[in-house]
Design a protein around this ligand. Structure first.
Ligand code: C2E
Ligand code: C2E
Length: 179
């Protein structure tokens, strides 16, 4: 059965609240826009958006590896040397509590500057500027290096790891090629 159009809109507008963690710049902007435009959510109480500039010597993609949201609806993105986080339903007075949950280090040690938006109009205005940032300036996250469940060729004897050597042929020039 077809979902009535207004209900479909309702569902699609609550989808952003099912996102968590890093999102590409455009996906992030789109999600926050949907949240801010959702008339079913409290006016000026939809959450807090914060832009953080890493301390000198720290790149924004490195700072992103420290950003670990737990709550559904808490999303982050990077571009233009800043990390932008949207914390769904967080009150502005609770921003530091939420950031302390999300970062393993005091945010003052990681970031040198921050800008906060929390009213619908402020967030909407900032989104217009954010949507103007060209894809060339979006920052790629660092590749994830520790893949869960990755098989390693080693066993642990209770004290040490022991790797098993694998035979490798260095030259194909052994006359064994099939014709
Ligand atoms: P969720 O909102 O997606 O949050 C996932 C996890 O993030 C939580 O797991 C908790 O470890 C952390 N977290 C999120 N928000 C807060 C917060 O304001 N303070 C603290 N200290 N930690 C937070 P947890 O506790 O196992 O909860 C699992 C899910 O149960 C939550 O998912 C949420 O859907 C629901 N839930 C639990 N407690 C509450 C609550 O007090 N209010 C509401 N509205 N939902 C709750
Ligand atoms: P709290 O942990 O001291 O958090 C106080 C307020 O900080 C929360 O109010 C929320 O506005 C904000 N906040 C904290 N952590 C997060 C976060 O990870 N993401 C976002 N978006 N906001 C965050 P709220 O939601 O009214 O919760 C009040 C208290 O209820 C929390 O105090 C916590 O003790 C409890 N609580 C709420 N949700 C959860 C949950 O999912 N799991 C657990 N274990 N406790 C929760």
């Amino acid at each position: 059965r077809r979902v009535p159009e207004d209900l479909a809109t309702l569902f699609s507008n609550t989808e952003p609240l099912k996102l968590k963690g890093y999102q590409k710049w455009d996906v992030f902007c789109d999600a926050v826009q949907k949240i801010v435009n959702n008339p079913l959510l409290p006016a000026d109480g939809k959450g807090v958006m914060v832009a953080l500039r890493p301390a000198p010597g720290l790149r924004v993609e490195q700072a992103l590896t420290l950003c670990r949201p737990h709550r559904m609806g808490d999303i982050a993105t990077i571009a233009d040397k800043r990390l932008v986080i949207f914390l769904s339903f967080c009150r502005v007075n609770d921003l530091d509590i939420a950031l302390n949950h999300i970062f393993p280090l005091p945010t003052g040690d990681i970031f040198s500057n921050r800008v906060i938006w929390f009213e619908d109009k402020q967030i909407a205005a900032e989104l217009v500027d954010m949507q103007d940032v060209k894809p060339e300036r979006w920052t790629k996250p660092l590749p994830i290096t520790t893949e869960p469940g990755k098989i390693i060729n080693a066993t642990h004897d209770g004290r040490h790891w022991r790797r098993y050597p694998e035979p490798r042929r260095l030259s194909a020039d052994t006359g064994e090629q099939s014709s």
